[in-house]
Design a protein. Structure first.
Length: 232
């Protein structure tokens, strides 16, 4: 083992101390001064929620040092916007705060007296419209018929998961989603037609099979066992 000369040890210790002092000093400068502060905020992946609304929810004052921004707290505030499912906030030095959001996608509606609730694929009702002023894109959504619609209901989640993943050409035909249990899902289609879907497994196979079956004139199609479909 090599032993350092005694006269070199103080130099090494001094060098380490100076390095620590410099690092601590840089951190303090970054944390306490506006040299690396929020001058720009970039918002991405918002399609329906205005950027101004996201900025208001973020509540980060321009000039705040980036290291003082609690990114998790900012993300939680943004995710509290009803139409936003989740948000990610990160610092981009020297002076930018990046906000990436995931918006909720409307899948179905649930009538409630003189209004309708809009649900995403997890069953969260995040928008409500009076019947007199439902936007055209919402009017196109199917109606969910189930006993206890909501995000805590397994039947709701299963039925809306299937509905959300339908190919566009099939989704456009669906008027109602009827779900009695997670394994008893049906669709009411245009033309007074009915589809027995069953559970929420093998959905791609069921969708392909239904696409073929719809070329046959019938009022009921059963794809619950996609290898053995039926119609009548």
């Amino acid at each position: 083992m090599r032993v350092l000369p005694q006269r070199r040890r103080p130099r090494i210790v001094l060098g380490v101390v100076l390095t620590v002092v410099v690092v601590v000093g840089l951190v303090l400068i970054a944390y306490l001064t506006p040299l690396m502060s929020v001058r720009n905020t970039e918002i991405s992946d918002n399609r329906t929620v205005p950027g101004a609304q996201i900025l208001d929810a973020a509540a980060v004052a321009p000039g705040t040092p980036l290291l003082q921004v609690d990114t998790e707290a900012v993300a939680r505030r943004i995710a509290a916007i009803p139409s936003i499912s989740s948000a990610r906030v990160q610092r981009s030095y020297p002076s930018t705060l990046q906000i990436i959001v995931i918006e909720r996608v409307p899948v179905a509606v649930v009538p409630d007296g003189d209004k309708v609730h809009v649900l995403d694929r997890s069953g969260v009702g995040y928008l409500t419209y009076p019947n007199s002023s439902i936007p055209p894109e919402i009017k196109k959504l199917p109606v969910l018929q189930t006993a206890t619609p909501g995000p805590a209901d397994p039947t709701t989640r299963a039925a809306l998961g299937v509905t959300a993943d339908l190919p566009p050409q099939l989704s456009a035909l669906v008027l109602r989603v009827i779900a009695n249990s997670p394994v008893d899902i049906e669709f009411a289609l245009t033309g007074n037609r009915k589809v027995i879907w069953g559970d929420d497994t093998r959905n791609d196979e069921k969708a392909r099979t239904l696409g073929y079956l719809l070329s046959q004139k019938a009022t009921e199609y059963n794809v619950s066992a996609p290898n053995f479909p039926a119609f009548r």
